[in-house]
Ligand binder design. Structure first.
Ligand SMILES: Nc1ncnc2c1ncn2[C@@H]1O[C@H](COP(=O)(O)OP(=O)(O)OP(=O)(O)O)[C@@H](O)[C@H]1O
Ligand SMILES: [Mg+2]
Length: 217
């Protein structure tokens, strides 16, 4: 099962969301492989800082589009879950990340002026849909601040007909702090961030059940 976390916009939380999904699934004893497709290799460095006592997450950096498709398919046979941390580039990479996804999570910041790249992203999604019809996709509100913001965002994104996950991450220092130490919020001391991370994993697992997708293994 491949969960791709992507959006063309930089700094929307692709890495934070990928790491947190990977951690929560690993804590539930699923075997998890995190693929870092960004040239900055943030998640690869993150994995290098993970404490040995924490749930294992095999993390690999793959920045070549062709290698990604080949390797992700191979790894998908070995792990229950592959989580792909996307790159903010308009390259072929994004189309490949979308095409590989059994479930696509699109993190967005709850501010309308952060949505300018969304039409280009949707072009990528449409392009991918030319190869594969059904790509279950959900928007995920990151750094959520208020329902007023959320409503504006929902209006702007209405035409795209992609549902929102119910779970949101608020703007919490703990997400950044945990990540900087090779952890997920579920492994950190802030109970609210921990609870949001666990809720996200829980919601993703229910969507997987609803969509009748089954983890490998
Ligand atoms: N919910 C949150 N609360 C507080 N800080 C956050 C939250 N989500 C992300 N951040 C911080 O915002 C910054 C951008 O997040 P992140 O690196 O996950 O985005 P990205 O989409 O992967 O960026 P890039 O496109 O550069 O790879 C980071 O410093 C991260 O720690
Ligand atoms: Mg990133």
């Amino acid at each position: 099962m491949i969960i791709s976390v992507t959006n063309l916009k930089g700094g929307v939380g692709k890495t934070i969301v990928s790491q947190n999904i990977a951690v929560c699934l690993a804590m539930q004893d699923y075997s998890v492989c995190l693929i870092d497709t960004d040239t900055n290799q943030n998640s690869v460095s993150w994995a290098g800082m993970r404490d040995e006592d924490l749930s294992p997450i095999v993390t690999v950096g793959i920045t070549d589009p062709k290698a990604l498709t080949k390797e992700a398919k191979k790894l998908n046979e070995k792990f229950d879950f592959i989580v792909i941390d996307g790159t903010p580039s308009l390259s072929q990479m994004t189309t490949r990340i979308i095409l590989l996804a059994d479930l696509l999570i699109i993190p967005i910041l709850a501010a309308a002026n952060d949505l300018r790249a969304m039409p280009q992203f949707m072009d990528r999604l449409d392009e991918a849909k030319g190869f594969r019809d059904e790509i279950p996709a959900y928007f995920f509100l990151n750094q959520f601040q208020s329902y007023a913001h959320q409503n504006t965002v929902a209006e702007v994104l209405y035409d795209f007909e992609i549902p929102f996950l119910k779970t949101k991450f608020r703007n919490r220092v703990a997400f950044g702090e945990a990540s900087a130490m090779g952890s997920g919020a579920a492994e950190w001391s802030d109970s609210k961030a921990k609870s949001e991370a666990n809720m996200l994993a829980h919601e993703i697992l229910s969507k997987i059940k609803e969509l009748k997708l089954v983890p490998n293994g």
